[in-house]
Design a protein around this ligand. Structure first.
Ligand SMILES: [Zn+2]
Length: 319
């Protein structure tokens, strides 16, 4: 008798339907997991600070995490919903606008390995971060200049600082600089808050190693960050300035914007463009932004990097 009750017939239908749905979701996840993903770099809109998510397939590298939990919305949008593991995190230097967001990241995601700077901050938040890293079982490593790390086909080359160097009292001077290359090409240079005076000397000492198609402009576009000599050594096609709206530092400096412009380097800014994402494919990379550019501005239409244009613009500059 009970078999014929409406309640049970609904259940008989509901169970296979739920099972089918579960199989469909599982299959979708499996397809998504197997689909090869291109080399992608997203400069997350975290206000006045830095956070860059670099990925290839299911492998993510997070370089800096911004000043607060605003990093989480950028990560949520950029990472697959089922992926709660960040393979590698890097802190360029211990300033709050670069590390505080890691406290929020660690509450939501597992970070497998973290590269920390040799230079440590004494603030309570930094101590809390070190405790959280230890409590989560995240492996901590220090990389020396010249060392490389490989994650999912991506290569991270640490260009500075070198272990055992005389430490500066200025944490910006201790910024770790990374050149990351994608599995099938594509290069991005991440510079933390590196002062340009140091950058141009060190880049000149290792010609070629600092060259990259896409540059994260040092120190939020500060006047002393990207010097003309530094930009000519890196030779980027495009540059991203990670900066907060109406910040009190006056970043980015008009002089830096002018320098980039005069060298024909295309500029994106997180304060105006929101999260800026570069995706590499055959022939170069394309940039998209979360804030849509005004329709009237022809200069801000979708951008495709072209190697030949890039070389000719620098060739002109050198003449
Ligand atoms: Zn900073």
């Amino acid at each position: 008798m009970t078999d014929h009750s409406p309640f049970n017939s609904k259940r008989r239908l509901a169970l296979p339907a739920a099972l089918l749905l579960a199989i469909a979701v599982f299959a979708l996840c499996a397809i998504q997991a197997r689909r090869p993903e291109p080399f992608t770099v997203s400069f997350l809109d975290v206000g006045q600070g830095d956070a860059a998510l670099i990925s290839a397939g299911e492998n993510q590298v997070l370089v800096d995490a911004g000043p607060d939990s605003s990093v989480l919305s950028g990560l949520g949008a950029a990472m697959p919903f089922f992926d709660r593991t960040i393979e590698l995190a890097v802190l360029t230097h211990p300033h709050a606008d670069h590390y505080t967001g890691f406290l929020a990241v660690l509450r939501r995601y597992r970070i497998r390995t973290m590269i920390l700077p040799e230079y440590a901050a004494q603030s309570p938040d930094y101590r809390r971060l070190l405790e959280a890293v230890r409590d989560d079982g995240t492996a901590v490593t220090l990389l020396d200049c010249g060392e490389k790390a490989a994650v999912g086909g991506m290569t991270l080359h640490v260009l500075r600082p070198c272990r055992g160097h005389a430490q500066s009292a200025d944490p910006n001077e201790e910024s770790l600089v990374l050149r990351v290359s994608g599995p099938d090409g594509g290069t991005v240079l991440l510079t933390g808050d590196l002062p340009g005076a140091s950058g141009e000397v060190e880049a000149a000492a290792a010609p070629g190693e600092w060259q990259a198609e896409l540059l994260k402009v040092p120190h939020h576009g500060s006047r002393t960050g990207a010097t003309a000599a530094f930009l000519k050594l890196v030779q980027p096609t495009a540059a991203v300035i990670s900066v907060g709206k109406r910040n009190t530092y006056g970043h980015p400096s008009p002089a830096v914007l002018e320098r980039l412009d005069s060298l024909g380097i295309r500029i994106w800014r997180t304060d105006r463009d929101g999260t800026v994402t570069a995706v590499w494919g055959p022939g170069g990379f394309r940039v998209s932004t979360t804030v849509k550019p005004p329709q009237t501005s022809a200069a801000r239409l979708p951008f495709q990097h072209q190697s030949d244009n890039f070389r000719s613009s620098f060739a002109k500059e050198r003449q």
